[in-house]
Design a protein around this ligand. Structure first.
Ligand SMILES: *Cc1c(COP(=O)(O)O)cnc(C)c1O
Length: 398
C-alpha cells in the first residue's frame, strides 16, 4: 500500500502487510515455512550475497533472515510507527538484546533507565558487563538532566516509558534531544503503548521495540519481538539479530499479523476498563496509590497527555501495609484476574510485584505490597466484583 500516510490508523491496521492480489485472492498472507530458498543459478546466488553485503536485505536467502510472512509483519509495524524498516525476532527480549549489542562494544557506556523490564537489567548485569560495557542506571524522571550523566564513551541511551511495574513516565523527547546532539543512539521499549498509543521515532528515538508477545499478538499464545528502526539503525540491528540467531518462527509471525488486525478495537477497550478499575481502586481504603499515567492525578499524566494518544490496560497499585498472608489471601483466589506473567492478551491478569529489588537509581519508598494488573476484555463490573471479593478475603485474614 502506498497511500498509508493518508489513512487512519484503524484502516491501516486492516490493510497493512496484506497482498491478496499476489496470493490467489486470499485475504491473509500465507505462512511460509522455510529454511531453504532455491537459487536458479550461481548468478542469482551471487546477487543475494551482494544484497546482504550491501545491507539491503531485500532478497530472501535463508529462513533465519526471514520469509515473506516475516516481511509482511515487519512492513505493517514499520508503517504504523513511521520507521524505515523493522526486524522481527524470536521474542521481545531478543529484540532488545539484539538492538543493544548492535551498538555497544567493549569499553562503551550505556545509560539505561532504572525500573525497566527486569530481564533487561539481568542482561546488562550478566552479559553486557561481562563483555566490558559500562552500565549506568538513570532516574526515569531525569528529563534533559540526563546530559550530566553522558560520558565521552556513551554510545546508547535506553528508555522505557511508562516503566515496568511502577509506571513512571519519562520525558522521551527531552532525552532524545540530548542524545541526538551528541550522536548517541536511542533505543526505546514501546511495548506498553503498542504501536497505536505512542510513536517513538516521531519523538526522536532511533529504535522502537515491541514485545509482540503482548498487545500485537493479543492472545497470550506466542512469543515474538520486533525492532522498528530508522534508516541509520536498520543495518546494525538487522545484522546483529540475524547474526545472533534471533529469528521468529513462521506460525508465530502469522498469528501476530492476525492479532494486529484487531489492535484498534482492543486497545481502547483495554484503556477504558483499566481506567474504570484504576479509579475504583483509588477509592478503596485498602489501596495506598494507583500507578497509571492515564489517570488525571497520576504524576506522569502531563507527559502522557502531551506525547501519547492512548493507554494500554496495564497498571500498578500499592496497597496499604498488610501481612503477607492477607496479601496472598486476596490474590490466591481471584477468579478472573488470574495470576501469571506477561500481559496484553484478551484476559485479565495479576501478579504481585517487588519493585525494590529492581532499581538502584531511584529508591522505592512505599511500605505496602504492590501488584500489577492487566485489564482484559471482560466486563469491568465482573472484574470489580472479583477484586471486591479479594479485598474481603484480605480483611478476613487479618
Ligand atoms: C514482556 C516484555 C518484554 C519481553 O518480551 P518477551 O517477548 O517476553 O521476551 C520486554 N519489555 C516489556 C516491557 C515487557 O513487558
Amino acid at each position: 500500500m502506498n497511500t498509508t500516510d493518508t489513512l487512519s490508523r484503524d484502516t491501516q491496521l486492516v490493510h497493512l502487510g496484506r497482498d491478496p492480489a499476489g496470493n490467489h485472492g486470499i485475504v491473509n498472507p500465507p505462512v511460509y515455512h522455510a529454511s531453504t530458498f532455491i537459487f536458479e543459478s550461481v548468478a542469482q546466488l551471487l546477487e543475494t550475497r551482494r544484497d546482504r553485503a550491501s545491507g539491503a536485505f531485500e532478497q530472501f536467502t535463508y529462513g533465519r533472515e526471514g520469509t515473506p510472512t516475516t516481511r509482511a509483519l515487519e512492513d505493517a509495524v514499520t508503517a504504523l510507527e513511521g520507521g524505515y524498516r523493522a526486524v522481527v525476532t524470536s521474542c521481545g527480549l531478543g529484540a532488545i538484546c539484539a538492538s543493544l549489542t548492535a551498538f555497544l562494544s567493549a569499553g562503551d557506556h550505556l545509560l539505561i533507565v532504572d525500573s525497566l523490564y527486569g530481564p533487561v537489567r539481568d542482561f546488562c548485569e550478566s552479559f553486557l558487563v561481562k563483555f566490558g560495557v559500562q552500565v549506568t542506571y538513570y532516574d526515569p524522571l531525569i528529563g534533559s538532566d540526563i546530559a550530566h550523566l553522558v560520558q565521552p564513551n556513551t554510545k546508547v541511551i535506553y528508555l522505557e516509558s511508562p516503566c515496568s511495574l511502577t509506571f513512571e513516565m519519562t520525558d522521551v523527547p527531552a532525552i532524545a534531544r540530548v542524545a541526538r546532539k551528541r550522536g548517541i543512539t536511542t533505543i526505546m521499549d514501546n511495548t506498553w503503548a503498542s504501536p497505536l498509543c505512542f510513536r517513538p521515532l516521531a519523538h526522536g528515538i532511533d529504535v522502537s521495540i515491541h514485545a509482540a508477545t503482548k498487545y500485537i499478538s493479543g492472545h497470550s499464545d506466542l512469543m515474538l519481538g520486533i525492532a522498528v528502526c530508522n534508516e541509520a539503525s536498520f543495518i546494525p540491528v538487522k545484522k546483529t539479530a540475524s547474526g545472533s540467531g534471533y529469528c521468529g518462527g513462521p506460525d508465530d509471525v502469522y498469528m501476530a499479523l492476525r492479532g494486529l488486525r484487531t489492535l484498534g478495537v482492543r486497545m481502547p477497550r483495554h484503556q477504558e476498563t483499566a481506567t474504570i478499575i484504576a479509579q475504583w481502586l483509588q477509592k478503596r481504603p485498602e489501596v495506598s496509590r494507583v500507578m497509571y499515567p492515564a489517570l488525571p492525578d497520576d504524576p506522569g499524566h502531563a507527559i502522557w497527555k502531551r506525547d501519547f494518544t492512548g493507554a494500554s490496560g496495564l497498571f500498578g497499585a500499592v496497597l496499604k501495609p498488610c501481612s503477607e498472608q492477607q496479601f496472598a489471601a486476596m490474590l490466591d483466589h481471584l477468579d478472573l484476574f488470574q495470576m501469571g506473567y506477561s500481559w496484553g492478551g484478551f484476559e485479565s491478569l495479576v501478579v504481585p510485584t517487588y519493585p525494590s529489588t529492581l532499581r538502584s537509581a531511584r529508591p522505592w519508598t512505599d511500605k505496602g505490597p504492590s501488584l500489577r494488573l492487566h485489564a482484559g476484555l471482560e466486563n469491568p463490573d465482573d472484574l470489580i466484583r472479583d477484586l471486591e471479593r479479594g479485598f474481603a478475603r484480605l480483611a478476613a485474614a487479618a
